[in-house]
Design a protein around this ligand. Structure first.
Ligand code: NAD
Length: 291
C-alpha cells in the first residue's frame, strides 16, 4: 500500500454507520491494485448528523466519489446536484460521482442484480418476474428491471411497514415506464402460486433466509416451483438459503444467490469513478464468489 499512495492518489469514500464490517474497501482496493489505478477507497463512520458537512468536505477536497450506505442512502440526495433516473425513482443513492464539482447520485444495487443475471447467462428482458420484497434492495431491483425492459413485474410483500413503499414503487413505475407492475399481499398464496407459474424468474429480495430468519422461506412447498423457473435470492449469507435448497429439490435448473449482485453493484460504481471495468473474474477468485 505504501508504494501505491502518492501525492496524486484520488480518494473514494464510503459513508455509513455502522460500517467497519463492510467488504467494499477490500473489493475496491484489490481492484485498484490489480489494474494499477491510482485510487484509494476508505470507509468513514458517518451518520445523518454529519452528512451535510461530509458532502461539503467532499466538494471542498474535490474527491472523485463515494459509496453511501445506511442510514444515509435515503437522505443524501438533499446535498447533491443531480440524480440518475434510477436513484430518482428509488428515492435512494448508494454511489456519488463528482464530475468537476457536480455531484451526481446513482443507485447501483439494481444494476448489480441485472448484471449478475446477465453474467449467469440469464435473460429476463421482455419477460415476467415475480419478486418478493419492498425494502431498499427490492425497490432498486424493481426499478432497474422496469428501466431495463422487463415486461411485467409482480411484487409480493407482507402487509408490514414496507408495503406502502411498494405501493409507491408501483405508482411511479406505471407513470414512468412501460412495464406492467402489480402488487399483492404475500399472504395470498394462491395468487403467489399463480403469478410464479407465469413468470420466468422468482426473486427473494427480503431478509427471509438470512439470520435471524435463516432456514426459513415463505414458499410453502416445492409445488410452487418448476424445472424451468429461475430462482434467485439476493441473500448471500448463507450462500444457499432455504429457498435455493427447495429450488434444487424441485429440480430448478437455474438458481442464483446474492453474491453476484453484491459484486456487480460494486463493479458499476467502480466503472463510474474510474472509467474502467472492474476485473470481474479476478474479483470472483479473491473474494471466493460462486453462485
Ligand atoms: P429492508 O429492511 O429495507 O427490507 C426488508 C424486507 O424484508 C421488506 O420487504 C420486509 O417486508 C421483508 N421482510 C422482513 N421480514 C420478513 C418476514 N418474516 N417475512 C416476509 N418478509 C419479510 O432490507 P433491504 O436492505 O432491502 O435488504 C433485504 C435483504 O437483501 C437483506 O437480507 C440484505 O442482506 C439483502 N441485500 C443483499 C444485497 C446484495 O448485494 N446481494 C444488497 C442489499 C441487500
Amino acid at each position: 500500500m505504501a508504494e501505491r499512495i502518492s501525492g496524486h492518489t484520488e480518494l473514494i469514500g464510503l459513508i455509513a454507520t455502522p460500517i467497519r464490517h463492510s467488504s467494499s474497501p477490500k473489493m475496491h482496493n484489490e481492484a485498484f491494485a490489480k489494474l494499477g489505478l491510482d485510487y484509494v477507497y476508505l470507509a468513514f463512520e458517518v451518520g445523518t448528523e454529519q452528512l451535510e458537512d461530509t458532502i461539503k468536505g467532499f466538494r471542498a477536497m474535490n474527491i472523485r466519489g463515494s459509496n453511501v450506505s445506511m442510514p444515509n442512502k435515503t437522505v443524501v440526495h438533499k446535498y447533491l446536484d443531480k440524480l440518475s433516473p434510477a436513484a430518482e425513482l428509488c428515492g435512494a443513492v448508494n454511489t456519488i460521482v463528482n464530475d468537476n464539482g457536480v455531484l451526481t447520485g446513482h443507485i447501483t444495487d439494481g444494476i448489480g442484480y441485472m448484471s449478475a443475471l446477465k453474467d449467469a447467462g440469464i435473460d429476463i428482458i421482455g419477460k415476467k418476474m415475480t419478486i418478493v420484497g419492498a425494502g431498499g434492495a427490492a425497490t432498486a431491483i424493481q426499478v432497474q428491471a422496469a428501466l431495463d425492459g422487463v415486461a411485467e413485474i409482480s411484487i409480493f410483500n407482507r402487509k408490514d411497514e414496507f408495503y406502502a413503499n411498494a405501493e409507491q414503487t408501483v405508482k411511479k413505475l406505471r407513470e414512468k415506464t412501460n412495464c406492467i407492475v402489480n402488487l399483492y399481499d404475500l399472504s395470498d398464496l394462491d395468487k403467489l402460486k399463480e403469478e410464479i407459474s407465469t413468470s420466468v424468474i422468482l426473486t427473494n429480495a427480503t431478509g427471509v433466509g438470512m439470520k435471524p430468519l435463516e432456514g426459513q422461506t415463505y414458499i410453502p412447498d416445492p409445488s410452487f416451483l418448476r424445472e424451468d423457473l429461475i430462482v434467485s435470492d439476493i441473500v448471500y449469507s448463507p450462500r444457499e438459503t432455504a429457498l435455493l435448497k427447495m429450488a434444487k429439490e424441485a429440480g430448478c435448473k437455474k438458481t442464483m444467490n446474492g453474491l453476484g449482485m453484491m459484486l456487480f453493484q460494486g463493479a458499476a460504481a467502480f466503472e463510474m469513478w474510474t472509467g474502467k471495468p472492474m476485473p470481474i473474474e479476478y474479483m470472483k477468485e479473491i473474494l471466493d464468489i460462486k453462485y
